[in-house]
Ligand binder design. Structure first.
Ligand code: FES
Ligand code: FES
Length: 215
């Protein structure tokens, strides 16, 4: 036999309609019925959509990259960034990891001639495109003119941002975006230097562009 309080609760709830617990159970069940199938359906639809275009979504996979004119065959998780690939798997540590969030430019490399933040680029996205890193700029002992100009103008202090600055400078000149001091500053603004070498960096990039910086 139920204690008096419970039996009276039961009696009351029977009279007053479903109890709170019954209500939660019922609504939970209803929500489950209402939400579960569409969510499952959506996930399947997304998986179906992704499957044909990107059959490799997880697990190590073969990746072939052309870096500084050399083909490198690797087996990587698809989520591996180009920066980690260069630094961790290929020992190309010239490209630096500053913020790892696309905000400092220390990791700048050229992919198909375009500057990219390699920390925001997946290695698999760069397949089939020529990749140039700071290690690929010099021809033997002959430095690239941008490297020479950085040395001449003392365009670095600690040097941590320098590889990214140089790669960005090379592209900036090639794009024709180094024709004035103001334009050069604007188009180099994605490359941060914590050591305050900006005027010297500007001077180096402007020199390679064929003009003298006016400060
Ligand atoms: S490390 Fe890539 S932008 Fe900072
Ligand atoms: S030279 Fe030190 S961060 Fe630029």
């Amino acid at each position: 036999m139920l204690p008096p309080d419970q039996s009276s609760d039961a009696a009351n709830s029977a009279a007053a309609g479903p109890s709170r617990r019954t209500f939660l159970k019922q609504t939970g069940g209803l929500l489950g019925v209402a939400l579960a199938p569409p969510l499952a359906g959506q996930a399947e639809a997304i998986a179906d959509k992704m499957a044909p275009a990107s059959p490799i979504l997880s697990g190590p996979t073969n990746v072939s990259l052309t870096i500084n004119g050399q083909t490198k065959n690797l087996r990587l998780e698809p989520r591996t960034t180009l920066l980690d690939t260069l630094r961790e798997y290929l020992d190309l540590t010239g490209s630096k990891k500053g913020c790892d969030h696309g905000q400092c430019g220390a990791c700048t490399v050229l992919v198909d001639g375009q500057r990219v933040n390699s920390c925001l680029t997946l290695a698999i996205m760069a397949q089939g495109k020529p990749i140039t890193t700071i290690e690929g700029l010099a021809k033997g002992d002959d430095l690239h003119p941008m490297q020479e100009a950085f040395l001449k103008h003392d365009g670095f202090q600690c040097g941590y941002c320098t590889p990214g600055q140089i790669m960005s400078g090379v592209a900036c000149v090639k794009e024709g975006h180094a024709t004035t001091d103001a334009q050069t500053r604007e188009w180099m603004s994605g490359n941060l230097c914590r050591c305050g070498a900006y005027p010297n960096i500007l001077a180096a990039v402007r020199e390679v562009a064929g003009q003298q910086a006016k400060g």
